[in-house]
Design a protein around this ligand. Structure first.
Ligand code: SF4
Ligand code: SF4
Length: 111
């Protein structure tokens, strides 16, 4: 329908999570926030099905609205936050292969 054309952009954006779940195994991908590009708008936060996105601690930047960060050990790699940020805000979340992430960030993601 002609009237619907304007909503096409949002088609791939899922609904916010209805209930908080938890991780069952190590994911193939991990969400990494580009803190320099993140406005701290927190639009992504209610979409995460395991509620693992949080603002960076105040001390790190000392600004009123800090960017967000992902608690890597809880992320299930669902990519929802990346889609939401790309479609609705600033494209500040990248999905990285877990092995690559562990190597580049020198961090071991828990099972
Ligand atoms: S939606 Fe994007 S810009 Fe907004 S807080 Fe989340 S990662 Fe940052
Ligand atoms: S990919 Fe994003 S939305 Fe999905 S669990 Fe990880 S941080 Fe949450």
């Amino acid at each position: 329908m002609a009237e619907n054309y304007k909503y096409d952009h949002y088609k791939s954006v899922p609904d916010p999570a209805e209930k908080v779940n938890f991780k069952k195994k190590k994911p193939k991908l991990i969400a990494v926030v580009d803190e320099d590009n993140c406005t701290g708008c927190q639009v992504c936060v209610p979409f995460c099905p395991v509620d693992c996105i949080e603002p960076v601690e105040d001390e790190k930047y000392g600004i009123p609205i800090p960017p967000v960060q992902v608690r890597y050990d809880e992320c299930i790699g669902c990519q929802i936050c990346a889609k939401v940020c790309t479609k609705l805000t600033w494209d500040a979340i990248k999905m990285i292969k877990t092995e690559e992430f562990e190597e580049n960030y020198n961090y071991s993601v828990s099972e």
